[in-house]
Design a protein around this ligand. Structure first.
Ligand code: ADP
Ligand code: MG
Length: 229
């Protein structure tokens, strides 16, 4: 594994939130994520998992340290270039799905492709394939409120994959789902990981998630406590 080039490289990452005396949410983390890995990031509430994930995906800027996606250093990018990088190379999945309520499933999945100017027909074709692969071909024209939580999350996964990202980052993707839907979403991640070699970094404190990971990273107090392969 170590001779392969990393997809994501974090070096001495620190994030301090300037609230009260200051919160060191991430405290000097260095890590590498390799192509095809399925990394589970776990640890107690408040240990810095979401903050780390947001830094790895370029949703937030570190106070100190560096993140690179392949050979692109985030600190070399202005906000526009960073946004473009996120749109094309990173797929995000959130606990509360974050679908746009006024768009149908299909329109939600097409949106990221429209934003990068993909040909409309190509976007529609890809959208159909994606919704089919998450088992929702018969729900394309449904609005989020017409879908169950598990279905909404599968739409969100299809949307995350729309622009064929290098890496998919998911923050408590099953945190709002029942056991059955949670297993469906995790199974879907595993299938995508195995079939397309897509790289996943999943934050979860759900014990069931451990069965899916190729590596488990335990965090505590903003730092990596230990890892299990
Ligand atoms: P986790 O996802 O592991 O529960 P977080 O990364 O959300 O942890 O939070 C880590 C620490 O940083 C917590 O103490 C939290 O209160 C604090 N924190 C997170 N986001 C902010 C923010 N935007 N402003 C101030 N403090 C924050
Ligand atoms: Mg969190």
């Amino acid at each position: 594994m170590s001779e392969k080039a990393a997809i994501v490289t974090a070096t001495d990452l620190t994030k301090i939130f300037l609230v009260g005396a200051g919160v060191r949410a991430v405290d000097g983390i260095s890590m590498r994520i390799y192509p095809g890995e399925f990394v589970l990031l776990t640890g107690p509430s408040g240990c810095g998992k979401s903050t780390l994930l947001n830094l790895l995906g370029g949703l937030d800027r570190p106070t100190f340290g560096e993140v690179m996606l392949q050979d692109q250093r985030y600190s070399d990018l202005n906000e526009n270039s960073l946004a473009r990088m996120r749109r094309t190379k990173v797929g995000f999945v959130f606990q509360f799905f974050n679908l746009l309520p006024d768009l149908t499933a299909k329109e939600n999945v097409e949106l990221p492709m429209r934003l990068i100017g993909l040909d409309v027909r190509e976007a529609q074709r890809r959208c159909q394939d994606l919704l089919e692969s998450v088992g929702l071909s018969d729900r394309m024209d449904h609005y989020p409120h017409e879908l169950s939580g598990g279905e909404q999350q599968r739409v969100a996964v299809a949307r995350a994959l729309a622009n064929e990202p290098e890496v998919v980052l998911a923050d408590e993707p099953t945190g709002n789902l029942d056991t059955h839907s949670s297993a469906e979403v995790m199974d879907l991640f595993r299938r995508l990981n195995e079939e397309s070699g897509q790289t996943f970094v999943v934050v979860s404190h759900d014990d069931a998630a451990r069965n899916y990971a190729s590596r488990i990273v335990y965090m505590r107090d903003g730092a990596i406590e230990r890892e299990e392969v």
